[in-house]
Each structure stands twice: as C-alpha cells, then as structure tokens.
Design a binder for this molecule. Structure first.
Ligand SMILES: *Cc1c(COP(=O)(O)O)cnc(C)c1O
Length: 379
C-alpha cells in the first residue's frame, strides 16, 4: 500500500460489535473475563487498550515497521528507550538536540550512570572518534532542532550495524511522510506524536516503532511496567489526525519553501536555516534522504540585536508565539528562552544556537497571509 492509503486505513478495522468505521474510544480501565485468565486479549488498559492498539498498528505501518508502541509523551517514549541501558553504558547523541531530550539524558539518566557524548553529527569523523567499547546506542535527530542540520542516517546506522550498537532516530521534524529511518537500517524510530502526527495541537503523545521483535518486547514491557501510557481519547484524536498527514505535510512543505525563499531575499534577514534552500549545507543530503524538506525553519535578523528579534516575535499576528510545532496553525518560537532553555547558554552557543534565532513552524494557512504577517513584523 502507498502512503496516503496507509495513512487513512492502516491499523483501523471496522468495530467488530457494530461495524463502526472509526475505532471507538474504549474508555475503560478493565475488561470482563469469562473465567480467570480467559479473556479476549485485553485485561487492563495500562497493558492493552483497543484504541491504542489501532493507533500503534497505524504508526507502525506508516514507518514501515512491525511494532508500534505509544507513550504518554515524546519524552516518555525517549525515557522508555533510555531504560534499555544499564550503568556504565555510553550513548552518543546529536549536539543540536531537542532541549527536553538533552535534559532527560543529563539530569535523569546521567545520575543513574549512563554516559552521554554530544557530537556534531554533520561530520562522520566526530562519531567515529566518539565511539568506544562502551557505546550502546547512537541517538540521531534529523533535521535537527532548531538549526535544521541534516544528519546522514544511513552513514551512522552502518557504523552501528558493524559494531552492534543500537541506532535510534527522532523523526519528529520529518514525520514518516518525508523520511523512514527503519528503511535506512535504524533500530528504533521515535516520534513526538504531539507534533505532525497528531497535527492539531490538541494532544501530547509519543511513539516508538521498530522491526526488531526482541526490542519491541522489551519496550512494550517498559510501557506496561513503567506505565507512561496515553489514554484512549488521545489515541482517537491521533488516529483522526493521521488520516490527513499526507496532505498536511504537502502543504507544510510548500508553505515553508515559499516562506524560506521570501526570508532569504529579505534585506533585514541575515540567515535562513531551511534544508530546502540550495544554500543550506545539508540540502543535497536532505534531497537524497527525505522526500521533501518539511515545515520547520529558523532565521536570524541582520545585526543580531536581541530586542529586534523579540520585537519581531511580538509583532507577529497570524503566527502565534508558543512552544511546540507541527500543528495546522503557524507558530513562532524563541528557542533560547523556550524549547532550548534547559540547555546551558554556553552549550547552546557552541552548537550555533544564538539568542537571536527565531524558529517558525509553518502551518497550512494561505502562504500569502503568512508572508504578509512576517513582512509587517520584520518591518
Ligand atoms: C517535542 C519534541 C520532543 C518531545 O516530545 P513531547 O511530546 O513534547 O514529550 C522530542 N523531540 C522533538 C524533536 C520534539 O520536537
């Protein structure tokens, strides 16, 4: 099946009791058993819930994977992955990384004696240099947040396969519509479902997809044993969001490309970070690795004046100022004070994240209105 057909049909079967075409919201904590241990595959909703099962199967299908496992948030999904490792294990991660991922690694798991090395993955030599006998996993994020760097997934997964190291890809920015890391030999794909997959800024959720039966078993064990599961209502909302993922992503890509080109030509803009622009250092790789360039971009104004960046963000009217991304509506974020505030300033600056960087999640409104809004805001 091709992508759009899967987005609409995968994982979803007509309800066996009524024929309802949409998976019902099974708002139940428990399931009645005929006799002890004799049941229909459902015992307790932390362990299994039919609405969640439908969503997990849909997400697995969209990532060309066998197993989908959903969690209460993207970070709960990341937490489940990190629980696979033991004291002394070493993990290498992208340095330009989602702030919350950095925080859970440094603040939660480092005290439990996992070791983390953050490296610039746009240069393979940095990864080769960081790998040791203790390395158990490489955490890739691409495109990166918020600088939109492109990391070569295949090059890293082949290093991992050779050395028996797990590779995990945070595919939140691309969505499965634009990029399928499992097809590039990654072991696990992670999503903040909150973003493009849900797509309507109304749900917080995370997911992991894998083809590896043993990993899937362990991750499902952690899902149940640690208990960070999403509720059925949220699963229903995401199932609904998925049905338009392909058309939303098409429009996100088209609009972001227009906005990026417009910003690039603007006399007051010094730099635009968008992989769809030929001037972007990751453009060629993105063209090979992805089927489009996505809806996220960042930019800086000439002179790097903090107050001017703030003024521009305050002036925006169609773009709402807020954290998060990937919803139908356009959002503007100030990474240094919002999404990436949990990364120390000196670490941020090392990766190139300036305090004047403005990040946009370009929505699916009429692009003329988005550009007019930016025009009045930049002045
Ligand atoms: C939002 C986000 C996360 C965290 O997901 P939550 O659903 O907010 O817990 C992880 N990675 C990326 C790239 C994100 O944008």
């Amino acid at each position: 099946m091709k992508f759009a057909t899967k987005a609409i049909h995968a994982g979803v079967e007509p309800d066996p009791t009524t024929g309802a075409i949409m998976t019902p919201i099974y708002q139940t904590s428990t399931y009645v058993q005929e006799s002890p241990g004799k049941h229909k595959g459902y015992e307790y909703s932390r362990t299994h819930n039919p609405t969640r099962t439908a969503l997990q199967n849909a997400l697995a299908a969209l990532e060309n994977g066998k197993h989908g496992i959903c969690y209460a948030s993207g970070l709960a999904a990341t937490d489940a992955v990190l629980k696979l490792y033991r004291p002394g294990d070493e993990i290498i991660a992208t340095n330009d990384i989602y702030g919350g991922t950095y925080r859970i690694m440094k603040r939660i798991y480092e005290p439990f004696c996992l070791t983390f090395k953050f490296v610039d993955m746009s240069n393979m030599a940095n990864i080769e240099a960081a790998v040791s006998e203790k390395t158990k996993m490489i955490w890739i994020e691409t495109p990166t947040n918020p600088l939109l760097k492109i990391v070569d997934i295949k090059a890293i997964t082949s290093i991992c396969r050779k050395r028996g190291i797990h590779s995990v890809v945070d595919n939140t920015f691309a969505s499965p519509y634009l990029q399928n890391p499992l097809d590039m030999e990654a072991d696990i794909v992670m999503h903040s479902v909150t973003k493009y997959l849900g797509g309507h800024s109304d749900t917080v959720m995370g997911a992991l997809v894998t083809n590896d039966d043993a990993l899937a078993k362990e991750l499902a064990f952690i899902q149940n044993a640690s208990g960070a599961v999403p509720g059925p209502q949220d699963c229903f909302l995401v199932l609904r969001g998925l049905k338009t993922l392909h058309i939303r992503m098409q429009r996100h890509c088209e609009n972001a490309m227009e906005v990026a080109k417009w910003l690039e030509a603007h006399p007051k803009v010094s730099k635009v970070y968008y992989p769809g622009l030929p001037a972007h250092p990751g453009h060629e790789l993105a063209s090979r690795q992805m089927r489009g360039y996505g809806g996220m971009l960042s930019f800086e104004l000439k002179g790097d004046v903090y107050d001017e960046a703030v003024k521009t963000m305050e002036n925006l009217k169609v773009f709402s100022l807020g954290e998060s991304l990937g919803g139908v509506e356009s959002l503007c974020t100030h990474p240094a004070s919002m999404t990436h505030a949990s990364i120390p300033k000196e670490e941020r600056l090392k990766t190139g994240l300036k305090d004047t960087l403005i990040r946009l999640s370009v929505g699916i409104e009429d692009v003329e209105d988005l550009i007019a809004d930016l025009e009045q805001a930049i002045g």
